[in-house]
Design a binder for this molecule. Structure first.
Ligand SMILES: [Zn+2]
Length: 423
């Protein structure tokens, strides 16, 4: 850091004589140890001085690096980490995070803010606190017990706060139902509390349990969770009508996947994205009811998340459909999260807000259906996206001169060639 205390307004060249350091002059101004350091600096009088930043490899100043140097980094907390995953709707994760942080407008929190109100919770005659609503009330306990019994999570000796409860549930397996379910419990407890407070609907544990179950079924129906998320959790899977036996077999399932031709007058749009360490690409293909290609595109993107890339690919594919006058479109993507993001009534992730809005508006102008296919059924778009990641500009490919691997894949899709999918 720069020292702002200076003796007088002197320039460095006042300490130079005949192109060398003037040691006597230096000694008058700075302590000897410092003089020794200065003397080590090789002089190059014919070049411009440069200010360099010590911490970065290239010497350029970086606020980020500076901040990293000063910040005190906490150890990663697994409870907080497990709150965020693409099987969990972001608004739900956010609510749980606010809960853990104490950022919810419950009565005890309003007291701390200086609002003196009489507190009475919505479920019994207690004081309303986050601990009461989510953990300690008889109603909350019934909900937790219902699901922990089903899931085989032992909470009998539990006497902690919400964070301890989550730590008891959460597992390291990403996307596991044990990481999702507690977050749904928090969401529906809070929803019931709000409906009671603002709409006078009495809190009812059976209703809350039913809501949680329905939400899980809904997530299953859009393939956001499947039997894979229920490893070693048969009772809970049975409760939702999922074949959990399959979840316990590591390499169990083999599935046959086809690309299916659209019915006339529909065309089919397949889009995909490829996100690697150094490159991101998008690609897509529009084919007619005979399986013949009508339009193909591929191109690079600036570094972004998988979700953003998938959405941008879909957005561009839809733009092509509109420009080319294809108004009846079957859309197929291999990312369920994309279908989920654009099917939700909400605006979605702020990151992709404008892309999602654009996709929805274009879909309104088309007669279209979007559905999920496995990666194998999306092979051509997958190939184009990878090709796009290696290219320099977004471009359309002439259907006449197709690269031979792609041509082969289109031919295979056309004859209904089955792809084998493991797991
Ligand atoms: Zn209560």
């Amino acid at each position: 850091m720069l020292n702002t205390v200076t003796l007088e307004n002197v320039k460095v060249n006042a300490f130079l004589v005949n192109g060398e350091w003037n040691i006597d002059r230096l000694c008058e101004v700075v302590p000897y140890e410092v003089v020794a350091l200065i003397l080590k600096i090789p002089l190059q009088l014919n070049v411009q001085d440069k200010i360099l930043f010590k911490i970065t490899a290239n010497g350029k100043f970086s606020f980020k690096k500076l901040w990293e140097l000063f910040r005190h980094k906490e150890e990663i907390n697994h409870v907080y980490k497990a709150l965020w995953h693409n099987t969990i709707p972001v608004s739900y994760s956010l609510l749980s995070w606010r809960c853990l942080k104490g950022y919810l407008p419950v009565d005890t929190r309003l007291w701390n803010k200086g609002f003196y109100i009489v507190s009475k919770c919505q479920c019994c005659a207690n004081i309303e606190s986050i601990f009461h609503i989510f953990i300690n009330s008889t109603l909350a306990q019934k909900v937790w017990n219902h699901f922990s019994t089903l899931a085989g999570v032992d909470v009998s000796a539990f006497h902690g706060d919400l964070k301890d409860m989550l730590a008891l549930w959460f597992t390291k397996g990403k996307g596991h139902i044990f990481n999702l379910l507690p977050i749904l419990i928090i969401w529906y407890l809070w929803k019931a509390r709000n409906e009671s407070k603002h709409e006078g609907i009495k809190m009812d544990e059976n209703q809350i349990i039913a809501n949680i179950r329905n939400k899980m079924l809904q997530l299953i129906s859009v393939y956001l969770i499947s039997y894979k998320n229920f490893k070693h959790c048969n009772a809970l899977a049975d409760y939702l009508g999922i074949n959990a036996a399959a979840a316990n077999v590591e390499m169990g399932r083999v599935r046959i996947v086809y690309w299916v031709k659209p019915n006339f007058p529909f065309v089919k749009l397949n889009t995909d994205a490829s996100v690697g360490c150094n490159s991101v690409g998008i690609g897509g293909i529009i084919r007619d009811h005979l399986g013949n290609p009508l339009d193909l595109f591929f191109g690079p993107l600036a570094a972004c998340s998988v979700m953003s890339a998938e959405l941008q690919s879909l957005s561009y594919g839809l733009e092509r459909c509109l420009n080319l006058g294809f108004i009846s479109v079957n859309i197929e993507v291999d990312a369920t999260s994309v279908i989920y993001a654009i099917s939700e009534d909400k605006d979605g992730n702020p990151h992709d807000f404008y892309t999602i809005r654009k996709i929805k508006s274009m879909m309104n102008d088309l007669s279209c259906v979007i559905s999920h296919t496995y990666r194998e059924g999306n092979a051509c778009a997958d190939w184009l996206a990878k090709y796009g990641a290696q290219s320099t500009t977004l471009q359309n490919l002439s259907v006449i001169n197709l690269p031979s691997p792609l041509k082969g894949m289109i031919q295979l899709d056309k004859v209904g060639f089955p792809y084998i999918r493991h797991g």
